[in-house]
Design a protein around this ligand. Structure first.
Ligand code: CP3
Length: 344
């Protein structure tokens, strides 16, 4: 009933809306002064994620400023390893860190208690659904098993995910076990978010682009397909966006193989290819976040190309990856105005 007012839900069901609805990946974050203010009050980054008062506040900040069509729950994909007791920490200037896991550590992982540990996140979702305008879609999310595993194996972010790729060649059984365990926990976590009030969920596979052909199938497609099947078996009406960054040509079959309702596109996906993908269902993306930093003509041209090429089919306008801290909030306002002013 309320879904009719939530434009992103309509696009996720296959409708074309003109202008397309929009939200931005990482729309709550350091480019906003009000985020930096709440962040300074909250203590550690994980405290921010686990304190519903603060997490609700930062989720709502970009909605108040820009009126995006979706709010995305403020949290992080690394709350799953945190709940698995991997000692996750976010130290200023270091990015995320945790204890690196080995074969024995993987076999000793205990999934019980993960959802209970994440209860504050579900409380945030409940409060958000109550506090958001009826027309705003509330998105939950989690990381895809491959992307989360890359951090668990290395213990930190790496430019090319070499530690996880190497581990997978050396210890294929333990690696498969890790991915399947993450898939099952993450599916239950998404179901818990949906039950708490999330309208739809996004799965972030930010590091899908470093995988070879067979590895993409085994580590990006298979676990995500397992997650989506589990979520849809448990909650048949769930809507799911899958974002496999850098997947390139592999996107051709990604929707069909994973069962995702919509697929996210990074900015390297050619718009002609994106149109082909859109023939099979909704797409989301794919503006280069650097165009938002650049502003002016670079921003306008990038927006116009996407709208012209993809605006006459089911599209959720978004960036091709998260907005960066150096983006000027005024450029985001210009982006919203331009997308909203488009008449296809
Ligand atoms: O607004 C939103 O999109 C919701 C919040 C959100 C965050 N992280 C907040 C965050 C979401 C959806 C994520 C997902 C996430 N986290 C991903 C997948 C998407 C992507 O961007 O590829 C990944 C790989 C992570 C892991 C992670 N968390 C990294 C690599 C970092 C450090 C990056 C940095 O810029 O320092 C984080 C920290 C993080 N997560 C921040 C935010 C706003 C910045 C931390 C801070 O405020 O100090």
């Amino acid at each position: 009933m309320t879904d009719e007012r939530r434009k992103i839900m309509r696009v996720l069901s296959g409708e074309t809306l003109s202008p397309p609805p929009l939200w931005l990946m990482r729309q709550a974050g350091r480019y906003l002064p009000e985020y930096r203010e709440t962040r300074a009050k909250a203590g550690s980054f994980l405290d921010l994620c686990y304190t519903p008062d603060h997490a609700v506040e930062v989720t709502l900040q970009p909605i108040r400023r820009y009126g995006f069509d979706a709010a995305i729950l403020f949290s992080d994909i690394l709350v799953i390893p945190d709940a698995l007791k991997r000692n996750v920490r976010f130290t200023e200037g270091h990015g995320p860190e945790m204890d690196p896991i080995d074969e024995a550590g993987i076999l000793a992982l205990k999934p019980d208690g993960v959802i209970a540990h994440l209860a504050p996140v579900m409380e945030t979702v409940r409060r958000l659904r109550q506090g958001l305008p009826l027309e705003t879609t509330l998105l939950g999310f989690c990381g895809a098993p491959w992307t989360v595993a890359t951090y668990m194996i290395a213990g930190h972010g790496t430019p090319d995910q070499a530690p996880a790729r190497l581990f997978a060649y050396r210890h294929p059984k333990a690696f498969e076990h890790l991915l399947m365990l993450l898939a099952d926990i993450s599916a239950d976590y998404l179901v818990a978010q949906i039950d708490a009030g999330a309208d739809a969920v996004q799965i972030f596979d930010s590091w899908a682009g470093v995988l070879g052909e067979k590895e993409f199938e085994a580590y990006a497609v298979k676990p995500v397909a397992r997650m989506i099947a589990s979520v849809k078996t448990q909650r048949p009406h769930a809507r799911i966006i899958a974002f496999a960054k850098g997947a390139g040509y592999q996107l051709k079959t990604y929707r069909q193989k994973t069962g995702a309702d919509a697929i996210g596109l990074d900015w390297s996906v050619p718009l002609a290819f994106a149109r082909d993908l859109q023939q099979e269902g909704p797409v989301q993306g794919n503006l280069d976040p650097m165009r938002v930093v650049a502003g002016g003509k670079a921003l306008e041209d990038g927006i116009d190309d996407i709208l012209q090429q993809l605006g006459n089919g089911p599209l959720i306008f978004n960036l091709g990856h998260g907005i960066t801290p150096q983006a000027d909030p005024a450029n985001v306002a210009a982006l919203v105005e331009r997308v909203r002013g488009w008449r296809g």
